[in-house]
Design a protein around this ligand. Sequence first.
Ligand SMILES: [Zn+2]
Length: 384
Amino acid sequence: MPRRPHVLLSAAVSLDGFLDTRPGDERLLLSGAEDFDRVDAVRAASDAVLVGMGTLRADNPRIHVADEARRAARLAVGSPEHPLKVTITHSGDVDPGWRFWHHGGRKAVYAVGAAAHDRARSALGGLADVHAVTEGRAWQEVLEHLYGSGVRHLMVEGGARVHTELLQEGLADELQLAVAPLLVGQPDAPRMLGPGAYPGGPRHRLALVGTRTVGDVALLRYAVRRRPGPDARATAADLAWLATACELAADCPPSDTAFSVGAVVVAEDGTEIARGHSREGGDPHVHAEEAALAKVPGDPRLEGATVYSSLEPCARRASRPRPCARLVLDAGVRRVVTAWREPDTFVPGANGVELLTSAGVTVVEADQFAAAAMAPNAHLRPGA
Ligand SMILES: [Zn+2]
């Protein structure tokens, strides 16, 4: 299977499914300050943000991480201050005056065909890296090239044509849809998605993985496409590896302020790739999955590997900006087996299972090991 980033489509629509009012009208603001801040957080968590030419032409957006603390957090983990900014053009007809080129981080333009490539390159000069892709397989090439450039999480902010094409080609993994409480009612206004052949047709139901109220909009999160993955049931081999992870948890240096966790990373052929435990090597903050994955960066076996962790990988943490669920995703691991869901003892909302499953990772919970996983943490109590 070609390697490509996790593709998250992000959009805001009216109750009647429109992205905006008709062309020429003043731009419609669908969501308020809270939702713009949510979008800023998603941008900050992405390696790259893609916006289509139609949106650049119509809205002339800046596309950058606005929040200073989020930019500082990216820098602190060695990421660029802003995500890579990406667009795609079929005509090569780009305006070097657009704000897109003059804000935020590095820019990449994918031009479909040699003529579009030459036109975009001469229009933009040094404002962006311009790459040529092939008509007919443009999106596959864009995603493979982004992956090759280190992009693991791609946020796509529209517009309609880009969302429609990625969904129809089965290349989107996740959809985050903010539904605004207003009605546009104009037949010539742009809809979020155009007509066409979507995989599975109207009988295919996306998996709703979360709903949330953000200001006065409803945020709906869907897993669009579950990548083909191994079975979600624990095998005998899974249980043996999980037992090893629980033994590692029991051997952690004791702590009154953090969980004791063990983790083992096992290749598809059943051989161990790496193992780790909390506070390994005298580092008071290191987590088990983090310690294990840090030993084998970029190992090609990780894509078919399973991570066994006595406690679910965290989605938030107090000590470091990159939580373990994110590290698992970034490593390309597609399967996690765990014994115990993290209680809100130290960090509220630390649950990584939802983050992992919404990104298409298979998570197996083998609660027959919950007691073993919990034993080294029995002295930890909320508020203690
Ligand atoms: Zn962690």
